[in-house]
Structures are given as C-alpha cells and as structure tokens.
Design a protein. Sequence first.
Length: 311
Amino acid sequence: MATGIGPRQILGGKAAALMSIAAVILVAKALLEGVAVWQLGASGDWARYTCLQVLHAVYAAVWVLLVLGVSARVRSSSKTSAVLLALWTASTFVAPRIAGSIGRLVVREPSVEEFRAAIQHDISTREDGTPWVEQWSKQLIEDTLKSYNVSRIEDLPVGYAGIMLKGSDAHYEEVFEKHFQQLFELHRTQERWHLALSGLGPTMAARAVSQGVAGTDLAHAEDFSNAAERYRRKFVEATNDAIQKGTKGTGWDLRVSRAYWESIPAFRYETPDATWAVRQHVWELGVLGAWLGLAAGFFVLSAKRMAETVR
C-alpha cells in the first residue's frame, strides 16, 4: 500500500492468486474425471461432468472470498488461521454430523429386524388379524375351479402352481411396496431435516449437489430401486405364465429351452439425465448461491473497511 496500490487491488490480486492455485487442483481433478467419463462411454455423463466442474469452481470461489474477507478484517495471521480453521471445521465436520443426528432423532428409522418383522407380519396376517394364507388359498381354489368348470385341481387344463404363484406374488408385492415406500418416505423426511440445516455452511449444500450429479444420492437410489423392482416383477410374471401354460393340474415340474430364457430381456437401467439430477437439489443450489453472495458481500465490505482504515 505504500507504493500507492489500494486495498481493493491488493485483495483482488490475492483472490486471483488463490483462484489460480485452486484452478490447478480443479483442472487436474477435471482431467482425471474426464478420462473416467470417456472410458465409461456414456454420452449423458458429460452433462453431469460439466455440472460437477462448475459446482466445484463455485465452491472454491466461496472459500476464496471467505478466506480473503476474514484475513482483511483480522490483523494477526495466527488469529486469521484460527478463525478460518474453526469455520472450515464447523462447516465440513460439525454441521453435517449435527444435521444427520437431528434427522435421525426426529425421524426414527426402524432397525433391520423391525423392518423384516413388519413385512413378515403383513404377509402372513390380514388386517383383521386372521391368517392370510388359509383364507386366500381356499378362495383361490374355489375361484379357479369355477373359472375352468372342473371339480378338482388335478383336472385343470393349466398349471395351478402358476396361478397360485401369481396370486401370492401379487400379495407379496403389495406388502413390500407398502413398507419400502414408507422407508423411502422416512429417508426423504430425514433428508428434509438435513436440507433445513444446510445453511450452516457451504459444504453441506455442495456435498448434496455433488452426490446428486454423481448419481449417489437418495433420489437416484430410489429411482434405481424402483426400476429394478419393475424388472423383477416382469421377470416373475413371465416365469409364472410359463408355469401356468406349460403344466397341468398340480404339476410343478417344467423344463424350458434356452430360447425361453433368451426371450426375457436383460435388465438395463437408464440413468436420469443431468437436468433431472439438478432438479432434485434446487434448495441446495439456492443455499450454495446464497453462500456465494454472502461471501462476495463480505469480501467487498472487508475491502471497503480496509480502505477506510488506511485512509
């Protein structure tokens, strides 16, 4: 400043220098990630890749502005380091753990044993408390015999095993869907608590968006789970149809050719596009944008105060 350079120019130069250092790391990271995306050969991943690079650049800018804003206000370098270390620790380690703990305390998630027991109870017991299998089995036999106009299961022109499996699978699917949807809703509620506390620091918001762009967040897990379940149901329906049409009466044994198995399409999961992934995290993007605005405002005010102090 003795040479006539103003505080704003000094802080601007420091910001450019820090961003240049951060750019070296970000570019190296981007190159490695680019090679990985290229090796995977998924065209849709390039949009996600671009989003990820922009996100990390914004996140780096937030911290650069915060670092310079604090350093302009605190004269001692040791105190500056202590303040910045405390801020980074709180944002990176403390805030996410607090948010996660609050979410789990407010919204209790059942244990594995409780979850399995609830499913088993609903499979074996009706809402009125009576056994499900006995009444359902009697009614199914009666309806099936009446439908095919025969008096015994052995006289059926189709395989009763396939009919029975279709009915029981439909019941199981209803029960499983009910409980897994409840579990996903619990996870979504926990996530909403986490989002509500994401304003405690930029790291939580940036991490959530990163997970979304990378396809490792709750929304992608649920989407994949639903796609896998839809495929499983189609696969089971195909095998049950084969048993029903390929056997008669009470027969269970059925031999099918290789052509039958090849006729069932392989499971292919189409990952949602980058736009869908970003839409799942509009709130976190808003929080990160707010932090960028706050950091920029803090930086400008710190530069102004520094200039007034010099005068």
